[in-house]
Design a protein around this ligand. Sequence first.
Ligand SMILES: Cc1ncc(COP(=O)(O)O)c(C=O)c1O
Length: 379
Amino acid sequence: MLKRYLLAPGPTPVPSQVLLSMARPIIHHRSEDFFPVLDSAKKGLQWLYQTKNDVLILCSTGTGGMVGAVNNFFNKGDRVVVINGGKFGERWTEICQAYGLKVKEITVEWGYTVAPEVVAKVLKKTGGIKGVFVQASETSTGVYHDIKALAALVREYDDTLFVVDAISALVAHDLKTDKWGIDIMVGGSQKGVMMPPGLAFVSVSGKAWVRARSSRLPKFYFNFIKERENLSKNQTNFTSPVTLIIGLNESLNMLRAEGLQNVFKRHKRLAHATRKAIQSLGLDLYAKESPSNAVTAILSPPGIDGQIIYKNLRQKYGITAAGGQGKARGIIFRIAHLGYSDRFDVITAIAGVEMVLKEMGYPIRLGTGVAVAEELLLG
Ligand SMILES: Cc1ncc(COP(=O)(O)O)c(C=O)c1O
């Protein structure tokens, strides 16, 4: 028997109470059976997002939310800034370009975070920028960008929207949507909110809703003005993914019971213990600064292919972590500590890494990283 452990940065494990809640019979989405369910999910997401703004719930993966964040607020030819420090930064550029926006990329070396001063300079120099796009946690590199600082500088421009992909950061990082002034923030169900894939969430500020009125880009499935109208009646534009929204309520209830600040503290602690344990093995983190609390990206030792580490963890020990993406493929492997994750997930991951590396000939004393993680996760 090979017991499976899901320690990837999405999809992440789903608690059994959430899975069981989704085993209920299907209810009709335009009925009194469903309205309170959507109402509760809507309020739960506002709590999680720390916002009084609408948080739309879309039946799609996170990328659908990213597409909607572009085609509902911009026009062909609009000049926008994309902060591109990894695979998902690249995706913002691709989506913006698909809709004919003119992208000015601020490229950030993979493994590094963007310097807010650089963004400030570009905004000042270029002028007329309609939006700034960034990832909160760049899952491909394990780096967190300083959303608070970036929001503060974009806020100085009345005609610029600040658009954040928080698909892997939501739940793992304390993102204060209203307080910091984030205009549009995208989340996804299969990450921190401990749900299966299939839902995207998008918060929209008052400033962004004003902009939405003048957006002429083609839209049909992702039509946010229509979604907003429906949401006010506890409905969605098309058939609601009722089962997923029932599960979402259950997972939001679990997070609420833990308390928002405790949720963030847990992620911070698990991420810290993972990093220290990994470093105690003589391995280096891929994130050279500002590491994410959602996922730790680790440089594989010289001569050892990161994809093989990933493969051995999975095939020999049942641990599904992640390899590298794009140009980091083969160079790194990644361990998530996101969502339904606790100290024994970290200890399992570190133990697995030690065993795999030892078998691959990397000099290691078994238990070194596990001991470090245990020390840090006592009590
Ligand atoms: C930061 C980030 N953005 C976007 C995505 C894409 O989300 P999805 O695969 O749900 O479309 C992911 C998923 O891994 C992600 O981590």
